[in-house]
Design a protein. Structure first.
Ligand code: AMP
Length: 171
């Protein structure tokens, strides 16, 4: 875990003063680091029946698609507004640095689909909460949420009291 942490770059005051941005591009470009991160994220779900990985734009796409490939599931994107071409469901949320809306294709998940939600980082939990709401609105079941990084001081878990959370690296 220390080796993975050493591959993550801290960028102070991005995108706003006072935010310490956890830059994972330095981990993604390292072949061993990328493989190890995806291994760690996929491992708890190897024996769990899953139908889809839902990844949150944009770093959740990179990790989520790799996890889907490992676990033999499909991949569904949750995107920023106006990016998805067909009919969408949407949910607004508060971010550590502002507010935003997320969208998912209404027909992306069916009733009874078992879903794992993936993102790079859990901060205040607003993004993840909105993602859970979108998945449930489509009638699918949230089996769990997996994050590479958890910023524990921001207590994102409080937004997700009834969910199964897994985080690889805690700060
Ligand atoms: P939150 O909704 O506060 O849990 O924020 C989580 C989302 O914002 C994730 O998609 C992260 O990629 C991004 N994010 C929030 N804070 C940071 C941070 N300090 N460093 C990198 N990404 C962050």
């Amino acid at each position: 875990m220390d080796a993975l942490k050493q591959l993550i770059r801290d960028v102070p005051d991005f995108p706003k003063p006072g935010i310490l941005f956890k830059d994972i591009t330095t981990l993604l470009r390292d072949a061993d680091g990328l493989r190890s991160a995806v291994d760690c994220l996929a491992e708890p779900y190897r024996d769990k029946p899953l139908d889809q990985i839902v990844g949150i734009e944009s770093r959740g796409f990179i990790l989520g698609a790799a996890i889907a490939d490992r676990l033999g599931t499909g991949f569904v994107p949750i995107r920023k507004p106006g990016k998805l071409p067909a009919e969408t469901v949407s949910a607004s949320y508060a971010l550590e640095y502002g507010t935003d809306t997320l969208e998912m294709h209404r027909d992306a998940l069916g009733g009874g689909h078992r879903v794992l939600i993936v993102d790079d980082l859990l901060a205040t939990g607003g993004t993840a909460r909105a993602a859970v709401n979108l998945v449930r609105e489509c009638g699918a079941e949230v089996v769990g949420l997996a994050f590479l990084i958890e910023l524990a001081a921001l207590n994102g878990r409080a937004q997700l009291p009834d969910e199964q959370l897994f985080t690889v690296l805690q700060y």
